[in-house]
Ligand binder design. Structure first.
Ligand code: ADP
Ligand code: MG
Length: 622
């Protein structure tokens, strides 16, 4: 595949911030003095900015460290992990809502929204608060207003809706997004892997709320993401929950039902569980404590590392499954991987490091702080976009195939899953009915053969096609995915250049579980889907042939002998009958029979058309 040339947007040397907008923690960095540097306030032990919000009774909102601290005492007024809700509809994120102490509803445009202290907030708005705070931290650290342009990272698995929601959040915060970059790509940049002449990198990112693994190649300093797999609903939070489960099990008898469901109580237990988990990364055993004097509760127990590892193993296994899938998609084996990069706080867990190492058969890179890598890489990318010297090109991939529904409900795939982006692709379509002046386009995402089994990304209509015979109009449907992963679909009718397009901003996002389910389903159904779609296409073809035959037979009926006419008539009847059934072979035979029987008719028509054309008559009078 040809590399696209990097379009360095602005050559004004204005600096661009790099922001890792994390589920649990965010971080900001800037390229200064020839290298990327994280920005933190004096007195901070590290540069992590909790992606947390706290809503005070008086209407003030605390963000970051302050919010995280207040959340411990008053979890009922705090919002954590807002990233999980970015670009999601209510139904997409039902499971996560149990961790949110606020009432959720769905806004008119299908986006989830939270009622917080009498006000309504979308995830974009809440995320914007965090971004604004990040910018404030950067400005305080720099002792001057920080740049308003930023590169913001998202998990590689984020779909169009989630990326778009991230851009919207930045806009609300008053930031200008120079580019949305995938986190693993940023991580590779942070390690300067772009300087290698060639090589293959696996980036394993296990954070608080998301997991993804990406396989990238470097050729002449140019990155290409070969494949990506993962799950935006898998991370350190799950390991906290495992320990929460352990605690709740043991104290179940001491708790009444109300308390067990009380979000404030649960969040307290969650934070305690996280502390225990983090301690277990350093020590062979740690204490897990649930202390709530108001409930007369003072429960403690020792958790050993092996005990924790046993509970964590199913989650680690799922990450390794995703590694396997990514390698499969990239058509590579573990021995082909030259570098393994660990990203995310949860890769500090010794069992995770060891198992990733043994899976890939090589020691992961670990010189950089796994919390800082993504922000540092974002700053490097910002530097490049600002006209800096490192020549880097970023290409990412589409997690699912994209296509258009055709007549009968089959999907014509225009872009294959795991294609590198940005990219463009064009497919030709035609009209199905006589004098059809409009076409409805249904843009779908997914691996299944039938549109009804895929996810709708959007619909639009191309109108103003001049009346023509069925199949005469030539419509080019152009898919274009920009560097931020935003899809634009344009349809153009050739003869008149009539045009219609949509920028696909689906109502709400696709969760990774959905992506996984869709992929699994597509494998499970591959055979039957294929047959179903072939049958549908065949039936559509038959319908078109029957209609054309019946119409044209009438024009030249007197020029055909009786026997031929009867043969055609019989073939039409047989084809119509086959069209009602489900037998592929029989339908195929009926179609072939019809084609055979109508050959004399076709010959006559060709003649007539030629004569008509010579006589100056218009073709479409037939
Ligand atoms: P995200 O990118 O999702 O915001 P981070 O990369 O900041 O997440 O990772 C946060 C997660 O890492 C949390 O679940 C946190 O508990 C976990 N974590 C941080 N430090 C450690 C540690 N030393 N051992 C185990 N888990 C850790
Ligand atoms: Mg992260």
């Amino acid at each position: 595949m040809a590399f696209l040339e990097l379009d360095v947007l602005n050559n004004d040397n204005k600096a661009i911030l790099g922001i890792d907008l994390g589920t649990t923690n965010s971080m900001v960095a800037l390229f200064r003095d020839g290298r990327p540097q994280v920005l933190a306030l004096e007195g901070w032990a590290d540069a992590r900015i909790p992606s947390a919000l706290f809503f005070d009774e008086d209407g003030t909102v605390a963000v970051g460290r302050e919010a995280r601290a207040k959340a411990v005492d008053e979890p009922g007024a705090s919002m954590l992990s807002i990233k999980r809700f970015m670009g999601c509809g209510l139904a997409d994120c039902e499971n996560d809502l149990s961790n949110v102490p606020f009432k959720a509803s769905e806004s008119e445009n299908g986006v989830v929204a939270f009622d917080i202290r009498g006000r309504r907030f979308t995830p974009q708005q809440l995320s914007a608060r965090i971004l604004k705070h990040i910018w404030d931290v950067a400005s305080d650290a720099l002792l001057e207003p920080a740049p308003l342009r930023a590169v913001i990272t998202v998990p590689a698995y984020f779909d169009d809706a989630q990326r778009q929601a991230t851009r919207d959040a930045a806009r609300i915060a008053g930031l200008d997004v120079a580019r949305i970059v995938n986190e693993p790509t940023a991580a590779s940049l942070a390690y300067g892997l772009d300087r290698k002449k060639e090589g293959t990198v696996a980036v394993y990112d296990l954070g608080g709320g998301t997991f993804d693994v990406s396989i990238l190649t470097i050729e002449e300093g140019v990155f290409r993401v070969l494949a990506t797999a993962g799950n935006t609903h898998l991370g350190g939070d799950d390991l906290d929950r495992v320990l929460v489960g352990l605690a709740l099990n043991e104290i179940a008898e001491q708790l009444d039902e109300g308390v067990k469901r009380d979000p404030a109580f649960l969040q307290g237990v969650r934070l305690a569980a996280e502390r225990t988990k983090i301690e277990l990364s350093q020590k062979p055993s740690a204490e897990l404590a649930v202390v709530a004097p108001q409930l007369g509760l003072n429960w403690r127990r020792e958790v050993t590392r092996p005990q924790f590892e046993e509970l964590a193993q199913p989650w680690i296994d799922r990450t390794l499954d995703a590694c396997r899938q990514a390698l499969l998609d990239a058509k590579l084996k573990t021995k082909d991987i030259d570098e393994v990069v660990l990203v995310g706080g949860s890769t500090r867990i010794p069992a995770v490091r060891l198992q990733v190492e043994s899976f890939f058969g090589r020691k992961p890179k670990s010189e950089l702080n796994p919390d800082e890598i993504v922000a540092l890489g974002a700053a490097v990318q910002g530097h490049v976009l600002a006209g800096g010297t490192r020549e880097v090109l970023l290409l990412d991939v589409t997690p699912l195939s994209l296509g258009i529904e055709t007549v009968g409900g089959a999907v014509a795939k225009v872009i294959q899953r795991n294609s590198a982006i940005p990219l463009q692709a064009t497919e030709g379509f035609t009209t199905y009915a006589e004098n059809q002046t409009g076409i409805d386009f249904h843009v779908v995402q997914g691996e299944r053969e039938m549109a009804k089994d895929c996810r709708t990304l959007g619909r639009f209509k191309l109108i103003g096609i001049p009346p023509m015979a069925a199949g005469m109009a030539k419509v080019a449907v152009h898919f274009s995915i920009d560097a931020n992963g935003i899809l634009t679909v344009t349809a153009v009718e050739n003869s008149t250049s009539t045009k219609a397009s949509i920028e696909v901003q689906p109502m709400h996002g696709l969760t990774d579980d959905e992506v996984e389910v869709m992929l699994e389903e597509s494998f499970a159904h591959a055979r039957s889907d294929f047959d179903e779609s072939r049958l549908v296409n065949l039936k559509v073809e038959i319908s078109t042939m029957v209609r054309a035959t019946e119409k044209n037979l009438h024009f030249v009926a007197d020029q055909l002998d009786r026997e031929t006419r009867d043969e055609i008539q019989d073939a039409v009847t047989a084809a119509k009958k086959a069209r009602e059934g489900q037998d592929f072979a029989a339908t195929q035979a009926a179609r072939d029979g019809l084609e055979q029987a109508t050959l004399p008719l076709a010959a006559l028509l060709m003649d007539s058309v030629a004569k008509a054309a010579l006589a100056g008559k218009k073709l479409d009078s037939f």
